[in-house]
Every structure is written in structure tokens, then in C-alpha cells.
Write a protein that binds this ligand. Structure first.
Ligand code: GDP
Ligand code: IMO
Ligand code: MG
Length: 426
């Protein structure tokens, strides 16, 4: 992805999350100087499998496993300091040195215990199937202009004022939910006082640092979380997360100009999954869904919930290509389909007597659409050891060719297993 002209590259999920972004970021970080997370928070779970050890990163960029790569958490992220420090401690215990190469934007908003309380106690969050990590409430406070930013930890009087407002708001909501739980201003301030000692030394003007790195020619990877169909504007609203997961969010959430983005890699599974509620037009029938869930180990990296499984939806990925300006595609988990005798691709939605090939804004129609499928022959051979395209069975190549044709974007990577080395670069 990096070349003399491609210096700033975005990695986004082009379905409903868990596409394998962590794996791709880890692979690409080999050649990156910087990796920056630009939105979301600890709702993300990005898995990196090094072979002899495996990591799930929620808050820290997946580039951290490469020695010498600088990692930053951008202003667009809602930062959960608890998760951050737990993750740092675990990495250090596993021999990964993060000292001096992990930065946090001083403008990033904090996820506080009362955000998690509200997310956990809200029946609305439950009906959406959120991760319960306080993401929605933290972004609500940000947009309502009462959020606590990292830089507020430097100013105790302002911090007290913001936490008082935030706790008041949380308590109003908790009362409305008939919850017996309450936010406590003093406890929150005491916690923040302790966390500040560790957090403030990491706080930087990340936008400025990345901009300077960019000007000096550095290779910069911007790591998206969640997926395009979970984007608060472009996803299956209201069954979405609370941030801009698409490539437009990468500039805003890092603090660099949109004109700086040179390429956008969209990560897609060779099929589709979704965790949580909301439409999934190509959802498989129960036995097939169960089979793919088992083969693909489709259980959430953050919450452990079973992921719903569906066939590859070309309507979705074409839409994601358009709204992200995808220049490249990485197809992951091709190996999960290895034992199937046939595989389906959805090429359109039949609805109201018409065939729709553009993803609708009004999701009520999605409950009634009938996916139009194209069936292709399975390959029934292991792809796990393929390292070149021509080592793949011809049926698997035909499947990839058809995907490329339908989404009209070059496939640059094909992943055939969890490990770092199980990838075909095209
Ligand atoms: P992310 O949130 O997009 O980073 O994805 P997750 O880490 O939540 O979920 C992807 C899962 O698929 C992880 O368990 C990965 O180890 C696994 N994975 C990634 N690529 C492949 C692949 O090509 N084949 C198989 N079998 N598993 C993969
Ligand atoms: P990564 O980065 C898959 C989903 C939740 C829920 C909705 C809103 O690992 O791909 P939230 O807690 O964000 O308010 O929940 O979004 N969701 C994800 N699904 N992968 C993720 O992250 C997700 N992060 C949030 O399941 O449906
Ligand atoms: Mg994930």
C-alpha cells in the first residue's frame, strides 16, 4: 500500500466491523512509521496473531506490535484510560516495549465510568446491542459540549466543572431508566486524579505531530475501527455506532487535512458478519450460519457475543467503496469457505417488484428485501498455505474475480488464515 506517492493510507472496515482490520494493519505496519487510531473507542477489538502469541487490541493501534513504529490515539477517539493502561501493562508483560512511542491526543475525549453506567443501564443501548463500553454516552457528551478531554486533566477547576455537568446528566438519565446506580463526582475526580499521572505524560498535539511526520515523508497508517455500515451517517442507522467510521473520519479524527489521504484500503470478509441487532440482508439460515460461525470462530473479540453470519453482499461493499473512496480491497477469511460445496454472492435486493443495487437510506425496506444470489462452485480444498494467487484453487480465484468485478475495485490482499504470514499480496 505504501509507495513513493502513497504515504498516508487509511484502513477501514467495509462491512459491519470485525473484517480483520487488526490483521491488515499489523501486516501494513511492517512498512509504516506511524499508526493512528482515529475514531471509536474500546468497543473495537482488533486481533493480531503473531503465530506463537495473539493479541486483541481495543484501544491501542494494532501497529504497536512492530518495534519502532510510533502509535497514536487521535482526537476522534473516545479514550477509556482504564482499558488503555490495562492494555499497556499486558503488552509490557508480553515483552512489547511501548515506552516513548505511544501518544494520546490531548483533544481526545475521555470515556468515564458514568458513560459505561449509562450505556449498561439503558434499554435503548440494549435494543441496539451496543458493546456497553460507554461509547454512545461519551460521544453524546462530546457533541453536547460537556465532554472531558485529555487536556482538561491539566486544569483541576475546569475538570471539576465538566465532571459535575457530566455526572448530573448521567444521573438524570439513570433516574429515567429507573436504575438504582448513580454517578459520583468525587469518586470520578479521584479516579481521574490517579489516571492523570500516567495519562498526561502521553498527551500530545497528535494532529501536529502527524502533520510534521507527513511533511518529512513518513509512511502513515490511519486505522479505522468498526465498519462502514456502522457509520453514524452512512450506516444502518440507528443500528450503528456513534462515530464516523468511514475514511472521511480519518482526517477529522487525526487532525490532518482530507487532502492528505493518498489511499484507502477497505477490509472485507469473504462473507459477511454482524454483531448486535439491525439489518443483515444476506443473513444465512440457522444451520449454515452456525457452520460458518464455527469455521470462522465468529465470536466477538470485545464482548464474546456470537456474530451473525451472511453471504458476501456486493451491494454493501459497492456502497462502502463509494462512500470511502476505496482504492484497494483486502479480502479476509477466504479459508473459512474452504469446505463449502458452493458459495453465494448477493448482487442486488429484490423489493417491491424491482431489483435494487444501491444500498438504501431507509432500513425498514431491508427487512423485506429478498437478496438476489449468484451461486458459484466451492473449491473444497485448503487455501491456508497459499502465498500466491496461482496457488489458490481455480474456483477460489473465480470467486475473487467475481467479487472484484462486482465491487469494481482491485483486490490487493487475500488473507487465508489468522497468522501474519497467511496472506497473499497481489
Ligand atoms: P477487526 O475488528 O476488523 O480487527 O477484526 P477482529 O479481530 O474482531 O475479527 C477478525 C477475526 O478473524 C480475528 O479472530 C482474526 O484473528 C481472524 N482472521 C483475520 N483474518 C483471517 C483469515 O484470513 N482467516 C481466518 N480464518 N481468520 C482470520
Ligand atoms: P471492530 O473495530 C463489530 C457494534 C455493536 C452494536 C453497535 C453499537 O472490532 O470492528 P457501540 O458499543 O459502538 O455503541 O455499539 O456497533 N460494534 C461493533 N461491531 N465490530 C466492532 O468493532 C464494533 N464496535 C461496535 O455490536 O451493534
Ligand atoms: Mg473486531
Amino acid at each position: 500500500m505504501f509507495s513513493s506517492t502513497n504515504r498516508t493510507v487509511v484502513v477501514v472496515g467495509a462491512q459491519w466491523g470485525d473484517e480483520g482490520k487488526g490483521k491488515l494493519v499489523d501486516v501494513l505496519a511492517e512498512r509504516a512509521d506511524w499508526v493512528v487510531r482515529y475514531q471509536g473507542g474500546a468497543n473495537a477489538g482488533h486481533t493480531v496473531d503473531l503465530g506463537d502469541s495473539s493479541f486483541v487490541l481495543h484501544q491501542i493501534p494494532s501497529g504497536i506490535l512492530h518495534e519502532g513504529v510510533r502509535c497514536a490515539i487521535g482526537n476522534g477517539v473516545v479514550l477509556d484510560p482504564d482499558t488503555l493502561f490495562t492494555e499497556i501493562d499486558e503488552l509490557v508483560a508480553d515483552g512489547i516495549d511501548v515506552e516513548g512511542r505511544l501518544y494520546v491526543s490531548d483533544r481526545a475525549h475521555l470515556v468515564l465510568p458514568y458513560h459505561k453506567l449509562v450505556d449498561g443501564e439503558s434499554s435503548h443501548s440494549q435494543s441496539l446491542g451496543t458493546t456497553g463500553r460507554g461509547i454512545g454516552p461519551a460521544y453524546e457528551d462530546k457533541v453536547a459540549r460537556r465532554g472531558v478531554r485529555v487536556l482538561d486533566l491539566r486544569n483541576p477547576a475546569r475538570l471539576r466543572e465538566l465532571v459535575t455537568k457530566g455526572a448530573e446528566q448521567a444521573n438524570m438519565q439513570l433516574t429515567r431508566f429507573n436504575s438504582g446506580k448513580r454517578a459520583d463526582v468525587e469518586q470520578t475526580l479521584e479516579l481521574l486524579g490517579r489516571l492523570a499521572e500516567r495519562l498526561l505524560p502521553l498527551a500530545e498535539d497528535v494532529g501536529l505531530m502527524v502533520y510534521r511526520a507527513m511533511k518529512s515523508g513518513a509512511a502513515i497508517l490511519l486505522e479505522g475501527a468498526q465498519g462502514s455500515l456502522l457509520d453514524v451517517d452512512h450506516g444502518t442507522y440507528p443500528f450503528v455506532t456513534s462515530s464516523s467510521t468511514t475514511s472521511g473520519g480519518a482526517a477529522i479524527g487525526t487532525g490532518i487535512p482530507p487532502t492528505a489521504l493518498d489511499a484507502v484500503l477497505g477490509v472485507v470478509k469473504a462473507y459477511t458478519t454482524r454483531v448486535g441487532t439491525g439489518p443483515l440482508p444476506t443473513e444465512m439460515d440457522a444451520p449454515m450460519g452456525e457452520r460458518i460461525r464455527t469455521l470462522g470462530n465468529e465470536f466477538g473479540a470485545t464482548t464474546g457475543r456470537a456474530r451473525r453470519c451472511g453471504w458476501f453482499d456486493a451491494v454493501v461493499v459497492r456502497y462502502a467503496t463509494r462512500i470511502n473512496g476505496l482504492t484497494d480491497i483486502a479480502v479476509t477469511k477466504l479459508d473459512v469457505l474452504d469446505t463449502l460445496d458452493r458459495v453465494a454472492i448477493c448482487t442486488g435486493y429484490e423489493y417491491g417488484g424491482d431489483l435494487h443495487t444501491e444500498f438504501p437510506g431507509d432500513i425498514t425496506s431491508l427487512d423485506q428485501v429478498v437478496p438476489r444470489y449468484e451461486w458459484m462452485e466451492g473449491w473444497q480444498r485448503s487455501t491456508a498455505d497459499a502465498r500466491k494467487l496461482d496457488e489458490l484453487p481455480s474456483q477460489a480465484r473465480a470467486y475473487l474475480d467475481r467479487l472484484r468485478e462486482l465491487i469494481d475495485t482491485p483486490i490487493t490482499y487475500v488473507s487465508v488464515g489468522t497468522r501474519r504470514d497467511q496472506i497473499i499480496g497481489l
